[in-house]
Write a protein that binds this ligand. Structure first.
Ligand SMILES: NC(=O)c1ccc[n+]([C@@H]2O[C@H](COP(=O)([O-])OP(=O)(O)OC[C@H]3O[C@@H](n4cnc5c(N)ncnc54)[C@H](OP(=O)(O)O)[C@@H]3O)[C@@H](O)[C@H]2O)c1
Length: 245
């Protein structure tokens, strides 16, 4: 990577996104950081510049409600070498079972806004004929489980979307990588008891950067999740529906 790379980070204040951005900052990349909280974006900007980033532009956008995706994309300088789409919420499964507004917010934030934003990237990326798009989905999107199937569904849609987009953009030399993290210690999981399967956001960030460099299609991170999910996906439905997962 040379020092003129332009990296767009959506949900730039996310722990995973910020640790990934730091790795690019060390190489002198330029950034456009998109997020809902300008103060947090300012803090990210200062940190990235201190670590060697070039120019850093900030764009404020709350994704919990429909937004003007064309207008947002219009404010982002081209070309774009890499886009990392990272924003998302976990939601509260019990509340999601009861509350229509919570379900709408979850799917707008995790799914619709990602599809809207990324779809507006298609034409500029086709025109420039190079670049990467990394979309953070989740292992939770591989199979619905009773404990978090609303969140899992919101991510399963992203996994399908990223797969189709990768197929569609391949002839234009634009690479799309689906990122499937397992459990990661970040503010999103702060209320969950942390076990041995938890990884740090730094490990996941390193995997994302390396995955993009190697043009991985589907990245499980840490890598052992590929095998865990292989097993989970292959449990026969008649057994799976009886499990407390
Ligand atoms: N942590 C895990 O175990 C895990 C596992 C699998 C997948 N993931 C996925 O990894 C991605 C990054 O999450 P993380 O673990 O790094 O958690 P995080 O640090 O809590 O980051 C979540 C990000 O989403 C942003 N966000 C939430 N709602 C938003 C909205 N309405 N509009 C704009 N931005 C919004 C947050 O912005 P603010 O900072 O302003 O709140 C923050 O930047 C997410 O897509 C998540 O689903 C995480």
């Amino acid at each position: 990577m040379n020092d003129t790379q332009h990296i767009v980070v959506v949900g730039a204040s996310s722990a995973i996104a910020h640790d990934t951005s730091r790795l690019y900052a060390k190489e002198g990349a330029r950034f456009t950081l998109v997020g809902r909280n300008l103060q947090k974006l300012e803090n990210c900007k200062k940190d990235l510049i201190a670590r060697g980033a070039g120019d850093v532009k900030l764009l404020e956008q709350d994704f919990s409600k429909p937004f003007e995706s064309q207008n947002l994309l219009g404010q982002i300088q081209k070309p774009i070498h890499t886009t990392l789409v990272a924003h998302g919420i976990l939601g509260d499964q019990e509340k999601l079972l009861q509350c229509s507004q919570s379900r709408k917010e979850l799917f707008q934030t995790n799914t619709m806004s990602v599809i809207e934003f990324t779809s507006e990237l298609i034409e500029p990326m086709k025109d420039q004929g190079f670049g990467n798009i990394a979309i953070i989905s989740s292992v939770a999107g591989d199979r619905g489980r009773q404990s978090n199937f609303f969140y899992g569904t919101s991510k399963a849609a992203l996994t399908a979307f990223a797969s189709g987009l990768r197929n569609y953009l391949n002839p234009f030399k634009v690479h799309v990588m689906t990122v499937n993290p397992g459990f990661v210690s970040t503010p999103m999981t702060a209320d969950i008891e942390q076990g041995p399967l938890f990884a740090s956001s730094k490990v996941v960030a390193r995997d994302i950067k390396r995955g993009l460099e190697k043009r991985r299609n589907i990245l499980y991170t840490p890598g052992f999740w590929r095998y865990i999910m292989l097993i989970i996906r292959n449990i026969p439905e008649n057994i799976f529906k009886r499990l407390k997962l």
